[in-house]
Design a protein around this ligand. Structure first.
Ligand SMILES: O=C(O)c1cc(=O)[nH]c(=O)n1[C@@H]1O[C@H](COP(=O)(O)O)[C@@H](O)[C@H]1O
Length: 244
């Protein structure tokens, strides 16, 4: 993990065996794996450890969103797993994000392990301006994403999750040293499904995403490793052309 435009494959399934199978198929083809609510709620820490045993870095996407004390406790509970990246919802507010960061640092110190990068989910990629208005938030989405990213940075977080549409604006505002983790990525021809703010992998990488989180276009392909490799090749050729 480190350079721009790296692919994290989202293993969204309740089945440990399916996730282990995907992890083995994708080993060497992607930079890391994402485990989210579907997998974690079904399989917990034991399931997590089965996937972590592959040795690939893990992005643990639990989108924590609660009062600061509860989120700090949840971050503590996860600390022994040593994920590379962990998510909280920026909508939980400044104090909640600070509590997450402090808990991560404190518990990593206690366990003498590296603390996870903590990134805040801004506006879900499945939402558009109308969805924001419907929940009483001021549109446009781009302004809300910027507002939440600034708040995440004030809280000392390492970066945010945003859609591919906001990458350029956030890079300009936040500089290079702020992680942009980007789902809502669709290679040419792939169905967008429930995602509303989408873009092609090469374009998202060129725009300055650190990580591209890609699930169904990889896991639901007839050959997941081949699908992931094609995506990585596309990214490489676009970044090569733009001189990154
Ligand atoms: O935090 C995330 O990873 C996330 C945030 C967001 O705004 N949108 C989003 O799609 N995700 C995750 O990214 C993955 C996208 O999966 P696909 O739509 O199948 O590529 C899923 O695991 C989502 O949970």
């Amino acid at each position: 993990m480190g350079s721009k435009g790296q692919v994290l494959a989202a293993l969204d399934t309740v089945s440990v065996n399916e996730a282990v199978d995907w992890a083995h198929k994708l080993d060497g083809a992607v930079a890391g794996l994402k485990l989210g609510l579907e997998f974690y709620l079904a399989n917990g820490q034991l399931g997590y450890r089965r996937i972590a045993a592959t040795g690939l870095p893990i992005f643990l996407d639990l989108k924590l969103h609660d009062i600061p004390n509860t989120v700090a406790g949840a971050v503590k509970a996860i600390a022994p797993l040593q994920p590379a990246i962990l998510t909280v919802h920026a909508g939980g507010g400044l104090a909640m994000m600070q509590a997450a960061r402090e808990s991560a640092a404190e518990n990593a110190d206690k366990l003498n392990v590296k603390r996870p990068s903590i990134v805040a989910v801004t506006v879900l990629t499945s939402l558009d301006d109308n969805d924001l208005k419907a929940v009483g938030q001021a549109a446009p989405v781009s302004d809300q994403v910027k507002r939440l990213a600034a708040l995440a940075r004030s809280a000392g977080l390492d970066g945010v999750v945003c859609s591919p549409h906001e990458i350029e604006a956030l890079r300009a505002d936040m500089g290079e040293d702020f992680l942009l983790v980007v789902p809502g990525v669709r290679p040419g021809g792939a169905a967008s499904g429930d995602q509303k703010r989408v873009r092609a992998p090469g374009d998202a990488a060129k725009a300055g995403a650190d990580y591209l989180v890609i699930g169904r276009p990889i896991t639901q392909a007839a050959d997941p490793r081949d699908a992931a490799s094609r995506i990585v090749l596309e990214i490489g050729s676009v970044l090569g052309q733009s001189g990154h």
